[in-house]
Design a protein. Sequence first.
Length: 275
Amino acid sequence: MMMKETKMPDAPIASLQNPRVKEVVKLRQRSHRDAQALFIVEGYRELKRALDNNRRPATLFVCEALFLGKNEPTLIEQCRQAGAEIVPCTPPVFEKMAYRERPEGLLAILPQVHLALSDLKLPEQPLLVVAEAIEKPGNLGTILRSADAAGVSAVIVCDQCTDIHNPNVVRASTGALFSLPVVETSSVAALTWLRHNKIQILAASPHAEINYTDGDLRAGTAIIVGAEQYGLSSLWMKEADLKVRIPMHGQADSLNVATATTILMFEAVRQRAKG
C-alpha cells in the first residue's frame, strides 16, 4: 500500500534567527543534548534506519530544494505517521542547522534512548565489542557500522570520551546506532557483567604472542578495544583471557582502532562460519 504524499505547510522557516533554528544548532553541543535528552539525525539513510527500528522522531525539518532523490516524500510521510512535526525550511536556514557539508534536506530531532547492561538479551555464544574511551566520533561510528555488518550482539561503550548521540557518530555509523543494542557504562561495570555471563575477554596487543587468527573466538567473546592514542587501560590488559596481535608488515606500527576492531570481528565471524 502506497503512502499518501505529505503536503508541506505553506510558510517555511526563513529566518536564521528563528528560535527553533537556534535550538537545533545548540544540539551539536553534548551538554545541550544531554540536558534536553534529544539529538540530531541528518540524512535519508540514517533517518530511514531509525524509522525501520521503531525510533520515533519528534520533529523533522525538511528542505525540498536540497533533496537528492525521489523517495523523500514517502519517508516524510512515515515520520508524520510516527508522530513527528514536519517543519519546512528555506535552504539557508536548513544549511545553518545541518552539520554535513552537503545537506540532503532531511534533519530530524529524536529523543535519546539509553540501554543498561541488564537490558541485553544475549544468544548462546554472543560476540560483543567493548569500546573503551574512544575519543573520535568517526571511529566510534565506524565501529558501530562494522559491528552491525558482522552481526555483533551488542556494543558496550565504556568510560566514554564522546557520546553515542554525537551527530558524527550517527553519521559514521550510517544509522547502525539504531540497528544494534548499544550500552554506555563504566569499564568496571562491564568487566563485572562479562565475568558474570562467562564471556571470554579478548584484547589486542602488539606485544601478544598469539596471532589473531590463531585465537579461538567461537565461544562467547567480548572484543575489547581502547583509546586511539593510549590503547587499552591496564584494567582490561590485566583481565584479558586472550591476548592476540594483528601482524604489521609495513612501517606503520599500529592500526586505526576502528580498522583493528573490524578485523577482529570478522575473524570471529569467519571462525564461527567454519564451525
